[in-house]
Design a protein around this ligand. Structure first.
Ligand code: ZN
Length: 170
């Protein structure tokens, strides 16, 4: 079975037991979660959430710069009022540099990738805790986010499943 055949078969099984119809679009718990795309992070399980509870916005590293469009829409159009940022200890973006990522793209894809890669900030970071504080600050001070929105930061430990809260910048 190919990968696509596998996921199509899995979906048929999922739909068989499906019981999440007719859920309203605005998240019931008025919560938006920003996190990394890392395949080990299952936000719904980590936070005990279910269909319809929260927006989950994901990208490489869980970076705010990549997520402001979605966070603004989440608040303005869908009524969310609280934001959680979930970073994690063993992020694949940790310790990388723009130079490294750009050079790998150019080696893989050729010269055509050079200019687009140079124009893109891949938002790597050297320190997960510092990065999380910066993310929280960037969200809280963004003119696109409602003033006074509670923004809470956590770091997830892939070894234990536990989260640890990190305070925002003073
Ligand atoms: Zn990550």
């Amino acid at each position: 079975m190919s990968l696509v055949e596998e996921i199509i078969a899995a979906n048929a099984e999922f739909a068989e037991a499906f019981d999440a119809a007719n859920i309203p679009i605005p998240p019931r718990r008025k919560l938006a979660i920003l996190t990394c795309m890392d395949a080990r992070i299952y936000p719904n399980k980590i936070f005990g959430l279910h269909e319809g509870d929260a927006h989950i916005i994901r990208n490489a590293g869980g970076r705010a710069a990549d997520a402001l469009r979605s966070l603004a829409i989440s608040q303005e159009l869908m009524g969310t009022r609280e934001i959680v940022v979930l970073h994690h200890n063993d992020c694949g973006l940790l310790g990388r540099s723009n130079a490294e990522i750009r050079s790998r793209l150019v080696s893989s894809l050729g010269k055509v990738a050079m200019q687009p890669a140079a124009n893109l900030d891949f938002l790597p970071w050297p320190d997960v805790e510092q990065a999380l504080r910066n993310e929280m600050y960037d969200i809280q001070t963004s003119p696109l986010i409602r003033p006074g929105t509670p923004v809470t930061g956590f770091i997830y430990d892939e070894e234990t499943g536990l989260i640890r809260q990190v305070d925002a910048l003073a």
